[in-house]
Design a protein around this ligand. Structure first.
Ligand SMILES: C[S@@+](CC[C@H](N)C(=O)[O-])C[C@H]1O[C@@H](n2cnc3c(N)ncnc32)[C@H](O)[C@@H]1O
Length: 256
């Protein structure tokens, strides 16, 4: 499926219109409500701000900072976690090698670990302390494989830190990594570097401004893209992607 931005937007708008007219709207709202129900807040104010989530049979507490983008949990992360949990049979993560890029506070990596994957959670160096803390608090003695946290600044020292010859990931996960920042070229390069012929990319994309939304077109120069689900009320689409020509070998039965 090769879509240009305008085709993609047209499809999105068409999707939105269809949703708005009939059952779709209800379905969108119902599933989004179900996803958002997984979030809860502390009933008293503690010295550290945290948010709670219910996924994979666990209560997950995420400590947040308020000073940068990766320091809160973004709705795209919830969409991806809900997908992972509700598709744990079709998308079985047990013993799978998973890398998350732009992991932020770590929710997706934690859920993937609780579902049995061996996870490498990555982000910019300044995010790693809080990421490590959340991952440890929520996975210690609860997971088959203890996840690891590693610096990955998109496009930088990729071959040195993630050599193509020794790194093989079954899944690359990414939630809300496309927004107004100057590293979109580096982001594409990172997907390209980490993705082998049989790697599946699961990417929750929040649509904001046209300029950044065009990243979807650039992404499709390297990868085949399939929209697994679309939540117009959140402006979030969940995609599965593989290297061009590899998707047919693994037809999808995935749906939120
Ligand atoms: C909007 S946040 C999303 C965080 C998390 N995935 C979520 O959905 O809650 C974007 C994330 O991308 C990370 N990021 C931004 N630029 C980056 C770069 N050049 N290299 C690596 N990570 C980056 C940020 O640190 C942040 O954690």
């Amino acid at each position: 499926m090769d879509l240009t931005t305008s085709q993609h937007n047209h499809l999105q708008n068409q999707g939105v219109r269809e949703f708005k007219t009939q059952e779709g709207e209800k379905e969108d709202e119902q599933i989004v409500a179900k996803i958002m129900e997984r979030r809860f807040f502390p009933d008293h104010i503690a010295y550290k701000t945290w948010e709670g989530f219910h996924f994979a049979g666990h209560e997950i507490r995420i400590t947040e900072a308020t000073d940068c983008y990766g320091a809160v949990v973004w709705p795209s992360a919830l969409v991806l976690c809900y997908f992972l949990e509700t598709n744990s049979k079709q998308c079985n993560l047990v013993d799978k090698n998973v890398i998350e890029i732009g992991a932020g506070t770590g929710l997706v990596s934690i859920v993937a670990s609780l579902l049995g994957a061996f996870v490498t959670a990555t982000d910019l160096p300044e995010l790693l302390g809080n990421l490590q803390y959340n991952i440890l608090q929520n996975t210690k003695q609860k997971c088959k494989h203890q996840p690891c946290v590693k610096e990955l600044s998109w496009g930088i020292d990729m071959e040195k830190n993630f050599p193509r010859s020794s790194c093989h990931f079954d899944y690359i996960m990414a939630a809300d990594v496309v927004y107004h920042h100057p590293f979109l070229d580096e982001l594409l390069l990172t997907f390209d570097h980490l993705c082998k012929n049989d790697t599946v990319i699961l990417w929750a994309m929040k649509f904001r401004l046209e300029e950044e939304n065009r990243f979807v077109d650039r992404f499709q120069t390297l990868f085949d893209l399939e929209m697994i689900s679309n939540f117009p009320s959140l402006n979030i689409a969940l995609y599965k992607a593989m290297r061009k020509g590899r998707m047919k070998a693994r037809p999808s039965k995935l749906k939120v």
